[in-house]
Write a protein that binds this ligand. Sequence first.
Ligand code: 13P
Length: 249
Amino acid sequence: MKRRLVIGNWKLNGRLAANLSLLDAIRNGLSRIATGTQLAVCVPHVYIPQARAVLNGSAVAWGGQDVSAFGEGAYTGEVGAGMLVDLGCGYVLIGHSERRTLFGERDADVAVKVKRALSAGLVPVVCVGESLAERESGSMADVVLRQLNAVIEHCGVGAVGRFVVAYEPVWAIGTGLTASPAQAQEVHALIRARLAEVGGPVASRVPILYGGSVKPESAARLFAEQDVDGGLIGGASLNASDFLAICAA
Ligand code: 13P
């Protein structure tokens, strides 16, 4: 059976009072979601204790949106993988396109962070995706596979099966332009094939999530594709009823 996973990425949004209503509403709306679908929210680091307080004991996991490439020491401003584990995080987003484009994260940095997260016992959500220019120039597959291969090469083939992959075409993030189900399926199949090539049968169980302007109206058709196992949801995860509707799909 497919492993279903939907993760909300709050990005740089939220304040204590609004978070509480959102988290409460998600927790209280879970009866609509089929069992077998795992839910998670990746919140700003400072709000992880709040997410834990509200979600502990529920079916919703929580996590961070980034992790340090370093273990511990003199790295001002960093948050380490062990710290996320201390706060009960299950997941951590790594290599989101906003981290890559706005904060200069390179494939090699992403790979080091994934290894840190794995060693600490977190499930990294490895984000990959091409820009519009890359898609239009025909290099979508090269870009996505280069990003994925950097992680596999650094973490080893044994890591396959221990991370989640999120395909987020940069042109679809926050733009309202969703990839068509066929476009998403094409890239997800490519990712699955590469995982199978290096990792064997375990590849069929790696959740490959689609992200980029997923809305309640578009979720069901995307999630119906064979290799689309769920979603990484930005804007719509800030609204409990939209997020729950996407999870229900
Ligand atoms: P939107 O759903 O707002 O397009 O964001 C997608 C995303 O970047 C999730 O990580």
